[in-house]
Design a binder for this molecule. Structure first.
Ligand SMILES: Nc1ncnc2c1ncn2[C@@H]1O[C@H](COP(=O)(O)OP(=O)(O)O)[C@@H](O)[C@H]1O
Ligand SMILES: [Mg+2]
Length: 368
């Protein structure tokens, strides 16, 4: 734990009644001033983590720390945290000003101070001059901004955002992603953002926690997670991937699709069964003689920027290729890729074991 740690989960388990736990031994740290994303499919426990941080529910086991103090039983209204809910939860009978001022009035803040703070919050979310509008007169994107203004006006240390953009159409959503990221940078407040959309997570976050079935599968920066997924679930969930079975012959040498390849991974047992990930954009189409793999083109779709080409090798593995070059269905072609494009995953490896292995073989290769 560093001085910068604001929230820490220590082996937190959450159960409802006699059902299997919805969070299992979850541990993580959140640092001050960063943008975090909890990413995972519906039902994996994202909202439950936010509710635990906000104080709307308590852990069944384990401890939650805030600024170094255990807060398991601290009521929600005593926490330095505000939530932006998925449905915004604005008060429909109050106007924009009254919605944003609500929490400050409860705190019995002076009228002049409330007015100043609401104005400032509206300026932050680009809604200057909207004080007297009724909520029903606001568009979806504007309501979203009011909900955010209502959270930031309290100057919390942490803002929790539960799928706040999921109700917006694609264009507005992309705009709001950009705005939210800017807002977080300008305010310097810690944001914990929930989404099931991997592109959104990759675009916005300093750190991503990938969740599956009540557990964190992997945490790291967007590039860490995209470039080095530690297992099939993460590789599959974060972007499109080719995942094929392989054998790690020795350090830096792997076999798959019936051939030997140079790679950059190590730290496995000799001849260990592994899974190989290669991203579709890391495969280049060549003449059959120039490729590292020979495949047959099965189908092709134009995706606007690139063609998405599906091919099969002679072992029956499917290879998805993203290429600006067009291919011809039925043709035999070559696929070229760099050793760095091959990511090797160990079956059932946890994040902790992965980090240890990486450290060990990086130290080893440094000495050579
Ligand atoms: N109050 C509750 N009582 C019983 N089960 C719940 C309750 N809240 C959530 N769950 C269950 O916990 C699991 C995780 O839910 P949730 O955290 O809302 O997932 P997510 O936000 O990732 O979609 C789900 O299986 C859900 O049905
Ligand atoms: Mg949820």
């Amino acid at each position: 734990m560093t001085d910068n740690t604001i929230i820490r989960f220590n082996s937190v388990t959450k159960k409802y009644d006699n059902d299997p736990p919805v969070l299992k031994n979850v541990s993580f740290e959140i640092e001050r001033g960063k943008f975090y994303t909890l990413l995972g499919p519906s039902g994996c426990g994202k909202t439950t983590i936010l509710r635990l941080i906000a104080g709307f529910t308590e852990p069944s086991e384990g401890d939650i720390y805030f600024n170094g103090r255990v807060i398991n039983n601290v009521p929600a209204n005593k926490r330095q945290v505000n939530t932006v809910f998925q449905d915004y939860a604005l008060f429909p009978h109050l106007n924009v000003f009254e919605n944003i001022a609500f929490g400050l009035k409860i705190k019995k803040m002076k009228k002049a101070d409330i007015e100043r703070k609401v104005k400032e919050a509206l300026r932050f979310v680009n809604l200057e001059g909207y004080e007297n509008r009724e909520i029903k007169e606001m568009s979806g994107g504007q309501r979203q901004r009011v909900a955010i203004a209502r959270a930031i006006v309290n100057e919390p240390e942490v803002i929790l955002l539960d799928e706040p953009l999921s109700a917006l159409d694609l264009k507005l959503r992309t705009e709001m992603q950009y705005e939210l990221r800017e807002l977080q940078r300008n305010l310097g407040i810690t944001f914990i953002f929930v989404t099931h959309d991997q592109e959104e997570a990759l675009a916005m976050s300093d750190e991503i926690f990938v969740l599956n079935n009540g557990k964190i599968e992997q945490s790291g920066t967007p590039t860490d997670i995209y470039d080095e997924p530690i297992n099939r679930f993460v590789a599959d969930f974060i972007g499109e991937s080719n995942i094929v079975p392989g054998t790690m012959i020795k350090d830096y040498q792997v076999q798959f699709a019936g051939k030997l390849f140079e790679c950059v991974d190590g730290g496995f047992e000799p001849n260990e069964d592994v899974e190989i990930v290669i991203r579709p954009e890391d495969l280049a189409i060549t003449a059959p003689a120039d490729g590292k793999l020979n495949v047959k083109v099965d189908s092709q779709l134009f995706r606007g920027v690139h063609y998405e080409i599906s091919c099969y090798d002679s072992d029956g593995n499917e290879w998805l290729v993203h290429s600006t070059k067009k291919a011809t269905v039925g043709d035999q072609i070559g696929l070229y890729f760099d050793p760095e494009a091959i990511h090797v995953m160990r079956h059932g490896e946890t994040e902790e074991e992965f980090d240890k292995r990486l450290e060990a073989y990086e130290e080893g290769s440094y000495e050579n």
